[in-house]
Design a protein around this ligand. Structure first.
Ligand code: GLN
Length: 384
Protein backbone atom coordinates (compact mmCIF):
# COMPACT_ATOMS: atom_id res chain seq x y z
CA UNK A 1 0.00 0.00 0.00
CA UNK A 2 1.06 3.57 -0.59
CA UNK A 3 2.61 4.80 2.66
CA UNK A 4 1.78 8.47 1.98
CA UNK A 5 -1.85 7.62 2.59
CA UNK A 6 -1.67 4.28 4.41
CA UNK A 7 0.32 5.85 7.26
CA UNK A 8 -1.81 8.97 7.58
CA UNK A 9 -3.85 9.10 10.78
CA UNK A 10 -7.60 9.68 10.47
CA UNK A 11 -8.10 13.45 10.22
CA UNK A 12 -8.32 15.27 13.54
CA UNK A 13 -11.69 16.75 12.43
CA UNK A 14 -13.26 13.30 12.23
CA UNK A 15 -11.59 12.12 15.43
CA UNK A 16 -12.83 15.12 17.42
CA UNK A 17 -16.34 15.08 15.87
CA UNK A 18 -16.63 11.40 16.86
CA UNK A 19 -15.59 12.32 20.39
CA UNK A 20 -18.20 15.13 20.45
CA UNK A 21 -20.95 12.68 19.45
CA UNK A 22 -19.80 10.11 21.98
CA UNK A 23 -20.00 12.61 24.87
CA UNK A 24 -22.93 14.65 23.58
CA UNK A 25 -20.57 17.65 23.54
CA UNK A 26 -21.02 21.00 21.80
CA UNK A 27 -18.84 20.65 18.70
CA UNK A 28 -16.60 23.71 18.39
CA UNK A 29 -14.01 21.49 16.73
CA UNK A 30 -14.73 20.79 13.06
CA UNK A 31 -15.55 24.07 11.32
CA UNK A 32 -19.14 23.87 10.10
CA UNK A 33 -22.06 26.21 10.80
CA UNK A 34 -25.08 24.90 12.72
CA UNK A 35 -27.54 26.82 10.57
CA UNK A 36 -29.01 25.78 7.23
CA UNK A 37 -27.52 28.32 4.79
CA UNK A 38 -29.61 30.75 2.71
CA UNK A 39 -33.11 29.28 2.23
CA UNK A 40 -33.39 30.67 -1.32
CA UNK A 41 -30.26 28.76 -2.37
CA UNK A 42 -31.46 25.54 -0.77
CA UNK A 43 -34.85 25.91 -2.50
CA UNK A 44 -33.17 26.55 -5.85
CA UNK A 45 -30.97 23.46 -5.48
CA UNK A 46 -34.02 21.34 -4.59
CA UNK A 47 -36.03 22.76 -7.53
CA UNK A 48 -33.12 22.11 -9.88
CA UNK A 49 -33.13 18.42 -8.91
CA UNK A 50 -36.86 18.18 -9.63
CA UNK A 51 -36.39 20.09 -12.90
CA UNK A 52 -34.14 17.28 -14.05
CA UNK A 53 -30.71 18.79 -13.54
CA UNK A 54 -29.42 15.32 -12.83
CA UNK A 55 -26.85 14.45 -15.48
CA UNK A 56 -23.19 15.39 -15.78
CA UNK A 57 -22.47 19.10 -15.69
CA UNK A 58 -19.91 20.52 -18.14
CA UNK A 59 -16.37 19.62 -17.09
CA UNK A 60 -15.22 23.10 -16.03
CA UNK A 61 -18.59 24.00 -14.50
CA UNK A 62 -21.97 25.45 -15.49
CA UNK A 63 -21.48 28.61 -17.58
CA UNK A 64 -23.73 30.55 -15.17
CA UNK A 65 -21.53 29.62 -12.20
CA UNK A 66 -18.27 30.37 -14.03
CA UNK A 67 -19.73 33.79 -14.93
CA UNK A 68 -20.80 34.37 -11.32
CA UNK A 69 -17.28 33.52 -10.09
CA UNK A 70 -15.81 35.96 -12.63
CA UNK A 71 -18.31 38.69 -11.63
CA UNK A 72 -17.64 38.18 -7.90
CA UNK A 73 -13.88 38.30 -8.51
CA UNK A 74 -14.38 41.69 -10.16
CA UNK A 75 -16.81 43.01 -7.53
CA UNK A 76 -14.79 42.00 -4.48
CA UNK A 77 -11.18 42.01 -5.71
CA UNK A 78 -11.25 44.14 -8.86
CA UNK A 79 -10.00 41.18 -10.92
CA UNK A 80 -10.99 40.89 -14.59
CA UNK A 81 -11.58 37.17 -15.13
CA UNK A 82 -12.66 35.36 -18.31
CA UNK A 83 -15.50 33.02 -17.33
CA UNK A 84 -14.79 30.69 -20.26
CA UNK A 85 -11.07 30.17 -19.93
CA UNK A 86 -10.04 31.21 -16.41
CA UNK A 87 -12.51 29.49 -14.03
CA UNK A 88 -12.74 25.82 -13.08
CA UNK A 89 -15.56 24.70 -10.77
CA UNK A 90 -14.52 21.90 -8.42
CA UNK A 91 -16.03 19.62 -5.79
CA UNK A 92 -15.05 21.82 -2.86
CA UNK A 93 -11.86 23.72 -2.22
CA UNK A 94 -10.31 20.40 -1.18
CA UNK A 95 -10.50 19.16 -4.76
CA UNK A 96 -9.47 22.59 -6.07
CA UNK A 97 -6.30 22.36 -3.96
CA UNK A 98 -5.53 18.83 -5.15
CA UNK A 99 -6.12 19.82 -8.79
CA UNK A 100 -3.92 22.91 -8.41
CA UNK A 101 -1.12 20.81 -6.88
CA UNK A 102 -1.48 18.24 -9.71
CA UNK A 103 -1.29 21.05 -12.26
CA UNK A 104 1.99 22.44 -10.90
CA UNK A 105 4.08 19.94 -9.01
CA UNK A 106 6.63 17.58 -10.54
CA UNK A 107 8.93 15.30 -8.51
CA UNK A 108 11.70 17.31 -6.88
CA UNK A 109 9.84 20.63 -6.97
CA UNK A 110 10.00 22.55 -3.73
CA UNK A 111 6.81 23.99 -2.27
CA UNK A 112 6.88 26.64 0.46
CA UNK A 113 4.16 26.29 3.10
CA UNK A 114 3.33 28.30 6.17
CA UNK A 115 2.71 26.53 9.49
CA UNK A 116 0.32 26.08 11.19
CA UNK A 117 -1.45 24.71 8.11
CA UNK A 118 -4.58 23.01 6.88
CA UNK A 119 -4.17 19.26 6.89
CA UNK A 120 -4.88 18.35 3.25
CA UNK A 121 -1.95 20.23 1.71
CA UNK A 122 1.04 18.10 2.65
CA UNK A 123 -0.07 14.55 1.75
CA UNK A 124 -0.99 15.52 -1.81
CA UNK A 125 2.17 17.57 -2.30
CA UNK A 126 4.30 14.68 -1.04
CA UNK A 127 2.44 12.16 -3.19
CA UNK A 128 3.28 14.22 -6.26
CA UNK A 129 6.96 14.14 -5.28
CA UNK A 130 7.00 17.74 -4.09
CA UNK A 131 9.39 18.70 -1.30
CA UNK A 132 7.75 20.84 1.41
CA UNK A 133 9.73 23.78 2.79
CA UNK A 134 7.94 24.83 5.95
CA UNK A 135 8.05 28.26 7.52
CA UNK A 136 6.49 28.66 10.94
CA UNK A 137 4.47 31.59 12.27
CA UNK A 138 4.63 32.16 16.01
CA UNK A 139 1.79 33.02 18.40
CA UNK A 140 0.44 35.38 19.53
CA UNK A 141 0.75 37.76 16.54
CA UNK A 142 1.54 35.23 13.78
CA UNK A 143 3.69 37.80 11.93
CA UNK A 144 5.39 36.62 8.75
CA UNK A 145 9.04 35.71 9.59
CA UNK A 146 10.55 37.40 6.57
CA UNK A 147 14.12 36.14 6.85
CA UNK A 148 12.95 32.53 7.26
CA UNK A 149 10.58 32.86 4.32
CA UNK A 150 13.34 34.28 2.16
CA UNK A 151 15.56 31.34 3.09
CA UNK A 152 12.84 28.84 2.25
CA UNK A 153 12.72 30.05 -1.36
CA UNK A 154 15.32 28.69 -3.78
CA UNK A 155 15.78 28.18 -7.51
CA UNK A 156 13.85 24.91 -7.08
CA UNK A 157 10.76 26.61 -5.61
CA UNK A 158 7.75 25.86 -7.79
CA UNK A 159 5.10 27.46 -5.59
CA UNK A 160 4.06 28.84 -2.23
CA UNK A 161 0.76 27.90 -0.59
CA UNK A 162 -0.85 30.94 1.00
CA UNK A 163 -4.00 30.64 3.12
CA UNK A 164 -5.50 34.00 4.01
CA UNK A 165 -7.74 34.54 5.97
CA UNK A 166 -5.93 31.71 7.70
CA UNK A 167 -7.12 28.51 9.30
CA UNK A 168 -6.41 27.87 12.21
CA UNK A 169 -4.88 31.19 13.35
CA UNK A 170 -7.53 33.68 12.21
CA UNK A 171 -4.71 35.76 10.74
CA UNK A 172 -5.36 38.00 7.72
CA UNK A 173 -2.11 38.70 5.85
CA UNK A 174 -1.35 42.42 5.55
CA UNK A 175 -0.73 44.19 2.21
CA UNK A 176 2.88 44.59 3.29
CA UNK A 177 3.32 40.86 3.91
CA UNK A 178 1.65 40.07 0.58
CA UNK A 179 4.04 42.46 -1.20
CA UNK A 180 6.99 40.70 0.44
CA UNK A 181 5.70 37.28 -0.74
CA UNK A 182 5.07 38.64 -4.25
CA UNK A 183 8.61 39.94 -4.41
CA UNK A 184 10.04 36.50 -3.53
CA UNK A 185 7.81 34.87 -6.14
CA UNK A 186 9.02 37.30 -8.78
CA UNK A 187 12.66 36.76 -7.85
CA UNK A 188 12.32 32.96 -7.87
CA UNK A 189 9.89 32.72 -10.77
CA UNK A 190 7.33 30.77 -8.78
CA UNK A 191 3.56 30.36 -8.46
CA UNK A 192 1.17 30.73 -5.53
CA UNK A 193 -1.74 28.50 -4.63
CA UNK A 194 -3.98 30.94 -2.78
CA UNK A 195 -6.43 29.25 -0.44
CA UNK A 196 -9.01 32.02 0.03
CA UNK A 197 -11.95 29.95 1.25
CA UNK A 198 -12.57 32.48 4.06
CA UNK A 199 -12.38 35.47 1.67
CA UNK A 200 -15.69 36.90 2.91
CA UNK A 201 -15.10 36.21 6.61
CA UNK A 202 -12.99 39.12 7.86
CA UNK A 203 -13.69 41.22 10.97
CA UNK A 204 -13.13 44.70 12.38
CA UNK A 205 -10.85 46.72 10.14
CA UNK A 206 -9.13 43.79 8.45
CA UNK A 207 -9.60 43.51 4.69
CA UNK A 208 -8.95 40.48 2.53
CA UNK A 209 -6.63 41.20 -0.38
CA UNK A 210 -6.03 38.52 -3.02
CA UNK A 211 -2.34 38.03 -3.74
CA UNK A 212 -3.46 37.80 -7.37
CA UNK A 213 -4.22 41.54 -7.40
CA UNK A 214 -0.58 42.56 -6.77
CA UNK A 215 1.71 43.61 -9.64
CA UNK A 216 2.87 40.66 -11.80
CA UNK A 217 0.80 38.19 -9.76
CA UNK A 218 -2.14 37.79 -12.15
CA UNK A 219 -0.40 35.04 -14.16
CA UNK A 220 1.27 33.40 -11.17
CA UNK A 221 -1.61 32.83 -8.75
CA UNK A 222 -4.30 30.17 -8.55
CA UNK A 223 -7.05 31.64 -6.40
CA UNK A 224 -9.30 29.12 -4.65
CA UNK A 225 -12.73 29.74 -3.11
CA UNK A 226 -15.44 27.63 -1.47
CA UNK A 227 -19.22 28.01 -1.49
CA UNK A 228 -19.19 26.01 1.74
CA UNK A 229 -17.71 28.94 3.65
CA UNK A 230 -19.29 31.84 1.74
CA UNK A 231 -22.81 30.43 2.13
CA UNK A 232 -22.59 28.31 5.28
CA UNK A 233 -23.19 25.19 3.19
CA UNK A 234 -20.09 23.11 3.93
CA UNK A 235 -21.76 19.84 2.95
CA UNK A 236 -22.29 20.97 -0.63
CA UNK A 237 -18.61 20.82 -1.55
CA UNK A 238 -18.65 23.34 -4.38
CA UNK A 239 -15.40 25.22 -4.91
CA UNK A 240 -13.60 27.00 -7.68
CA UNK A 241 -10.19 27.92 -9.03
CA UNK A 242 -9.48 31.21 -10.82
CA UNK A 243 -6.22 31.28 -12.80
CA UNK A 244 -4.75 32.53 -16.05
CA UNK A 245 -5.98 30.43 -19.00
CA UNK A 246 -2.82 28.31 -19.49
CA UNK A 247 -2.89 27.35 -15.80
CA UNK A 248 -6.67 26.91 -15.59
CA UNK A 249 -6.48 24.58 -18.60
CA UNK A 250 -4.14 22.23 -16.74
CA UNK A 251 -6.22 22.46 -13.54
CA UNK A 252 -9.18 21.39 -15.69
CA UNK A 253 -7.20 18.33 -16.89
CA UNK A 254 -6.53 17.38 -13.28
CA UNK A 255 -10.21 17.95 -12.41
CA UNK A 256 -11.18 15.79 -15.39
CA UNK A 257 -9.33 12.89 -13.83
CA UNK A 258 -10.11 13.48 -10.18
CA UNK A 259 -13.84 14.14 -10.29
CA UNK A 260 -14.76 15.20 -13.86
CA UNK A 261 -17.79 17.30 -12.88
CA UNK A 262 -19.57 18.76 -9.86
CA UNK A 263 -23.35 18.33 -9.14
CA UNK A 264 -25.28 20.68 -11.46
CA UNK A 265 -28.13 21.56 -9.11
CA UNK A 266 -25.68 22.76 -6.46
CA UNK A 267 -23.73 24.74 -9.03
CA UNK A 268 -26.89 26.49 -10.14
CA UNK A 269 -27.73 27.52 -6.57
CA UNK A 270 -24.17 28.69 -5.88
CA UNK A 271 -24.27 30.86 -9.03
CA UNK A 272 -27.39 32.50 -7.61
CA UNK A 273 -25.66 32.93 -4.25
CA UNK A 274 -22.55 34.57 -5.68
CA UNK A 275 -24.79 37.11 -7.41
CA UNK A 276 -26.43 38.15 -4.12
CA UNK A 277 -26.22 41.82 -3.03
CA UNK A 278 -23.04 42.90 -1.30
CA UNK A 279 -25.19 43.31 1.84
CA UNK A 280 -25.42 39.52 2.12
CA UNK A 281 -21.63 39.17 2.30
CA UNK A 282 -21.25 42.14 4.67
CA UNK A 283 -23.87 40.70 7.01
CA UNK A 284 -22.24 37.23 6.88
CA UNK A 285 -18.96 38.76 8.11
CA UNK A 286 -20.67 41.00 10.68
CA UNK A 287 -22.60 38.06 12.12
CA UNK A 288 -19.48 35.89 12.28
CA UNK A 289 -17.51 38.73 13.88
CA UNK A 290 -20.19 38.98 16.58
CA UNK A 291 -19.96 35.25 17.25
CA UNK A 292 -16.18 35.49 17.51
CA UNK A 293 -16.61 38.29 20.06
CA UNK A 294 -19.05 36.32 22.21
CA UNK A 295 -16.85 33.24 22.31
CA UNK A 296 -13.57 35.14 22.75
CA UNK A 297 -14.93 37.21 25.65
CA UNK A 298 -16.38 34.12 27.34
CA UNK A 299 -13.15 32.15 27.01
CA UNK A 300 -11.13 35.07 28.39
CA UNK A 301 -13.48 35.19 31.40
CA UNK A 302 -12.93 31.47 31.83
CA UNK A 303 -9.18 32.10 32.09
CA UNK A 304 -7.91 31.14 28.62
CA UNK A 305 -5.27 33.24 26.86
CA UNK A 306 -7.46 34.15 23.87
CA UNK A 307 -5.57 35.17 20.73
CA UNK A 308 -6.92 37.78 18.31
CA UNK A 309 -8.83 36.48 15.27
CA UNK A 310 -9.28 38.81 12.29
CA UNK A 311 -10.94 36.31 9.98
CA UNK A 312 -12.09 32.71 9.26
CA UNK A 313 -14.32 30.55 11.51
CA UNK A 314 -11.67 30.15 14.19
CA UNK A 315 -10.04 31.55 17.30
CA UNK A 316 -6.97 30.08 19.00
CA UNK A 317 -6.58 29.99 22.77
CA UNK A 318 -3.55 29.46 24.97
CA UNK A 319 -4.46 26.81 27.54
CA UNK A 320 -1.44 27.37 29.81
CA UNK A 321 -3.40 29.27 32.50
CA UNK A 322 -6.14 26.60 32.75
CA UNK A 323 -4.63 23.25 31.69
CA UNK A 324 -2.64 22.40 34.82
CA UNK A 325 0.33 21.20 32.75
CA UNK A 326 -1.68 19.07 30.29
CA UNK A 327 -0.75 19.32 26.61
CA UNK A 328 -3.21 20.41 23.92
CA UNK A 329 -4.22 16.86 22.94
CA UNK A 330 -4.89 15.70 26.51
CA UNK A 331 -6.62 18.95 27.40
CA UNK A 332 -8.98 19.01 24.43
CA UNK A 333 -9.87 15.34 24.98
CA UNK A 334 -10.60 16.11 28.63
CA UNK A 335 -12.65 19.19 27.68
CA UNK A 336 -14.79 17.02 25.36
CA UNK A 337 -15.30 14.34 27.99
CA UNK A 338 -15.79 16.47 31.10
CA UNK A 339 -16.96 19.95 30.05
CA UNK A 340 -18.64 18.46 26.97
CA UNK A 341 -17.20 21.11 24.64
CA UNK A 342 -15.13 19.85 21.70
CA UNK A 343 -12.16 21.74 20.23
CA UNK A 344 -9.15 20.92 18.04
CA UNK A 345 -5.64 20.59 19.51
CA UNK A 346 -3.54 22.98 17.42
CA UNK A 347 -0.58 20.60 17.19
CA UNK A 348 -2.65 18.84 14.49
CA UNK A 349 -1.92 21.79 12.19
CA UNK A 350 1.82 21.14 12.18
CA UNK A 351 3.74 18.69 9.99
CA UNK A 352 4.46 15.51 11.93
CA UNK A 353 7.75 15.19 10.03
CA UNK A 354 9.12 18.65 10.92
CA UNK A 355 10.00 20.04 14.37
CA UNK A 356 8.04 19.85 17.63
CA UNK A 357 4.74 21.72 17.44
CA UNK A 358 3.53 24.04 20.19
CA UNK A 359 1.55 22.08 22.78
CA UNK A 360 -0.29 24.94 24.48
CA UNK A 361 -2.87 26.00 21.89
CA UNK A 362 -6.34 24.77 20.99
CA UNK A 363 -8.64 25.96 18.21
CA UNK A 364 -12.30 26.88 18.74
CA UNK A 365 -14.78 27.21 15.84
CA UNK A 366 -17.30 30.01 16.46
CA UNK A 367 -19.50 29.43 13.37
CA UNK A 368 -22.39 28.39 15.65
CA UNK A 369 -25.60 29.98 16.93
CA UNK A 370 -24.99 32.53 19.68
CA UNK A 371 -26.96 30.57 22.29
CA UNK A 372 -24.73 27.55 21.59
CA UNK A 373 -21.57 29.62 22.08
CA UNK A 374 -22.96 31.01 25.34
CA UNK A 375 -23.86 27.50 26.51
CA UNK A 376 -20.34 26.27 25.63
CA UNK A 377 -18.78 29.01 27.75
CA UNK A 378 -21.15 28.22 30.64
CA UNK A 379 -20.16 24.55 30.47
CA UNK A 380 -16.46 25.41 30.52
CA UNK A 381 -16.89 27.78 33.46
CA UNK A 382 -18.96 25.23 35.38
CA UNK A 383 -16.40 22.48 34.73
CA UNK A 384 -13.57 24.62 36.09
N1 GLN B 1 -12.02 22.92 7.28
C1 GLN B 1 -12.69 22.38 8.42
C2 GLN B 1 -11.94 22.76 9.67
O1 GLN B 1 -10.84 23.23 9.61
C3 GLN B 1 -12.78 20.88 8.40
C4 GLN B 1 -13.03 20.24 7.10
C5 GLN B 1 -12.97 18.76 7.22
O2 GLN B 1 -13.38 18.18 8.21
N2 GLN B 1 -12.44 18.15 6.23
O3 GLN B 1 -12.47 22.56 10.72
Amino acid sequence: LNPTFANLPVTIFTTMSDLARQHDAINLGQGFPDTQGPQDMVQLAADALLDGRNQYAPLTGLPELRQAVADASKRFQGLMVCADSEVVVTSGATEALAAAFCALIEPGDEVVLIEPLYDTYLPVIRQLGGIPRLVRLEAPDWALPRAALEQAFSDRTKAIVLNTPMNPTGKVFTPDELAFIADLMRRHDSYAICDEVYEHLVFDNAAHVSLMTLPDMRERCLRIGSAGKSFSLTGWKVGYVVAAAPLAGVVAKAHQNLVFATPPNLQRAVAFGLNKDTDYFTELARDMGRKRQILSAGLAEAGFGVLPSQGSYFVMADITPVAGGMDDVAFSRMLSEQARVTTIPASAFYDAQSGEPPRNLIRFAFCKREEILIEAVLRIKAWK
